[in-house]
Design a protein around this ligand. Structure first.
Ligand SMILES: [Zn+2]
Length: 327
């Protein structure tokens, strides 16, 4: 039995053909189309599915279904993406045109939900019934299993945790326009903005002596999350203080998740985590105890790397079919 997984991001689309054990036979990546209407994106996915099939000796007849983990927001009843924040389309029809084209069932999850499915079937969360996957990347999102049930929500948009309030003073404004949201502080796009806000409070001399000043030439518009973590890795005091504050906000966000869902394991993924494992984990473990009421879960980093969403997409096909993956 074979499964097709599709990972739809604002930057890249990735398609994989895998067997039910989660072994990829072929995997291709393309830049996400950004022009025309949403159907252009659907057509791109269809072309990539055909290509991934051609790259193997598997016949479409032996493929049981197509799973899609995608950026949202979703309207799962209609199987479409509605007004995605980072793509210039009003609507991207996924399920109906792809089911018609391939005559296979198409299962759709938001990308963070796909992440937790990937972890539960193939990752460090294998078999864990109360499991949360949190991705910290351009934004912040989560996928959640409670008592073995994947939480999906009425439209497929459950746990937009990046927009939980973590700062009652609302010092930073989120990309969504509201104040105090988690991803405004510690996502890849939030970190440089929050860092600039913090730097403004530091003694001027310390700032001018800092590696961050050298890296940006004092032009803070050039600051990136990578610069902050790279400077911290080299022991820069200002960067280390920023990383500590970022970690404290992450601890607050994760503590909210622990208090709401009571997981036994939280798996962290996303580029900000994967590139800076120690600097993300250490402050989280230091501060989370200040905010949790429930018993602390284990906190680990994904071992599926950037493929976690693809694993979840193929896992979505398995889950809908009520099959267990075979080890
Ligand atoms: Zn927000």
């Amino acid at each position: 039995m074979y499964l097709i997984g599709v990972d739809v991001g604002a930057t890249n689309i990735r398609v994989a053909l895998a067997n039910e054990k989660g072994r990829f036979l072929a995997k291709i990546t393309e830049k996400t189309v950004r022009k025309g209407s949403g159907i252009e994106l659907t057509n791109q996915i269809a072309d990539m599915v055909k290509r991934v099939i051609r790259e193997t000796d598997v016949s479409m007849e032996d493929v049981k279904g197509i799973g899609i983990g995608t950026i949202g927001p979703l309207d799962l009843k209609r199987g479409v993406i509605v007004n995605p924040a980072n793509l210039p389309f009003n609507e991207v029809p996924l399920r109906d045109p792809l089911e018609k084209e391939f005559n296979k069932p198409v299962y759709i999850l938001n990308d963070a939900a796909a992440g937790v499915v990937g972890e539960q079937l193939y990752g460090v969360g294998k078999g864990v019934k109360n499991l949360v996957y949190v991705t910290i990347s351009t934004g912040i999102g989560a996928g959640v299993f409670v008592d073995g049930n994947l939480l999906v929500g009425k439209d497929g948009n459950a746990h937009e945790v990046g927009h939980m309030v973590v700062d009652i003073e609302g010092r930073m404004v989120c990309g969504c326009g509201k104040r105090g949201h988690w991803e405004a502080y510690t996502s890849g796009t939030g970190i440089p903005k929050y860092a600039i806000f913090l730097i403004d409070k530091f003694p001027r001399k310390d700032v001018e002596d800092s590696l961050l000043y050298k890296l940006t030439g004092g032009d803070w518009e050039k600051l990136t999350a990578k610069m902050v973590y790279d400077a911290a890795k080299r022991g820069d005091e200002v960067a280390l203080q920023i990383v500590e504050e970022v970690g404290r906000i992450n601890a607050i966000g994760l503590a909210n998740i622990v208090n709401v869902y009571d997981p036994s394991l939280i798996v962290l993924g996303g580029s900000v985590v994967l590139n800076n494992v120690e600097l993300v984990l250490k402050p989280v473990k230091k501060y989370i105890g200040d905010y949790v009421v429930n018993r602390l879960p284990r906190i680990e980093v994904t071992r599926l790397g950037g493929d976690v969403g693809l694993y979840g997409a193929i896992g979505a096909v398995l889950l809908e079919m009520r099959l267990e993956p075979v080890e």
